[in-house]
Design a protein around this ligand. Structure first.
Ligand SMILES: [Zn+2]
Length: 138
């Protein structure tokens, strides 16, 4: 599987593939595009939150992420993006979109169970699942 080598392009490609896969899987996944670099994430990180990589809802129709997502293993990048897609699905379904609700929506509507691992306890899917999603296999 070939991904662009430049970090920002690689992140955009990973998001586009995860989003397309998820939209095919469930009509509950809203149209969203990715904004790489968000001043709110930068300031969260500066204030000492090393788990601040992504969020949704800060700008209409956007998932925001830090360029540092490019440094994470793909299993984590895919997990993070799926989790962000879970927030609007959880809100639409249950009027609740806390962290647990986002993961529950990913499980219920996309059939993927997110786990948390690594020193920062970042969302993760198994490598085989990341591979399948990034290759666009249903
Ligand atoms: Zn933002």
């Amino acid at each position: 599987m070939r991904l662009p080598s430049r970090p920002a392009e690689m992140i955009r490609e990973v998001f586009a593939r995860v989003h397309a896969w998820a939209r095919h899987r469930s009509r509950r996944v809203p149209a969203l595009s990715l904004a790489v670099g968000c001043p709110k994430i930068t300031s969260q990180r500066r204030r000492g939150d090393p788990r601040a990589f992504c969020h949704v809802g800060c700008r209409a129709g956007k998932v925001c992420c830090s360029a540092l997502v490019a440094d994470l293993p793909l299993e984590h990048a895919v997990g993070l993006f799926l989790h962000e897609l879970g927030h609007p699905m959880a809100w639409a379904a249950w009027r609740s979109s806390d962290q647990h609700g986002a993961d529950a929506a990913v499980r219920r509507f996309l059939g993927i169970r997110l786990r948390y691992s690594g020193p920062l306890l970042i969302q993760r899917v198994p490598a085989s699942v990341a591979e399948r999603i990034l290759r666009g296999r249903r």
